[in-house]
Design a protein around this ligand. Structure first.
Ligand code: HEC
Length: 199
């Protein structure tokens, strides 16, 4: 009989380590599946791409005490109602362009990226666009020629011309509209939405 107490026994700690690691591995795998489900387009907080056919606005969710996006009546982007696959293709084009042009070099998207220029998560709802009726056109003008169409988003900085084609700019606008419909638990904080006419 050894006189080592159980808690000083190496074997006990080796087995405990194996159990804890295995348990955590299982928890991690389950959480990963759950996260993927939550962030997939078409889930509760991340709407399907065809949300770009609808009006999106902000309303304070009194239960959580933060502003949350609300999906309203039909308001198709550039006046054209798109099917789910068409909307997905357009948003995809915008997302791929944002990646290819490395907009994250200056901007953040959902908090990821650089802090030189405004976060783009809710850019679709930004006050800078003045009024909903002119927003799409102003965004298109701005993206295609930001130097002449700067609206001043409180940064006093200028965005360079990114050499976007009109199709790419339209894709980006669809991507930004879709992203603004994501329920981000109020991120970015203190965001001031565009004047919302009616509801
Ligand atoms: C070199 C830095 C830089 C890069 C790269 C850049 N931007 Fe910008 N962007 C800015 C700055 C600075 C502003 C703010 C301009 C102002 O206040 O007038 C801005 C503003 C914007 C806005 C308006 C923001 C708002 O709050 O409504 C949008 C939309 C935008 N950029 C999209 C893009 C996209 C899409 C790309 C990639 C194709 C891109 N930017 C790449 C610097 C950059």
């Amino acid at each position: 009989m050894s006189s080592t107490p159980w808690w000083a026994d190496q074997d006990v700690w080796r087995k405990t380590a194996i159990w804890v690691t295995s348990l955590m591995l299982v928890a991690l795998i389950m959480l990963t599946f759950d996260t993927v489900k939550q962030i997939t387009a078409g889930s509760e907080r991340v709407p399907a791409y065809s949300v770009i056919n609808h009006r999106i606005y902000y309303r304070v969710d009194t239960e959580r005490n933060l502003p949350a996006p609300v999906i309203g009546a039909e308001a198709p982007l550039f006046g054209v109602v798109l099917s789910e696959p068409e909307a997905a293709a357009l948003v995809d084009k915008g997302k791929l362009t944002v990646q290819a042009k490395n907009c994250m070099n200056c901007h953040t998207l959902l908090g990821n990226g650089a802090y030189y220029a405004p976060d783009l998560t809710k850019a679709w709802l930004d006050q800078g666009w003045g009024a909903e009726a002119v927003r799409e056109q102003l965004m298109l003008n701005f993206l295609m020629d930001p130097e002449s169409n700067a609206r001043g988003y409180g940064t006093n900085r200028k965005m360079p011309d990114m050499g976007l084609t009109e199709d790419e700019a339209r894709g980006i606008i669809a991507f930004l509209k879709w992203m603004s419909a994501i329920d981000t638990n109020g991120f970015p904080r203190n965001f001031k939405p565009i004047k919302q006419e009616g509801e």
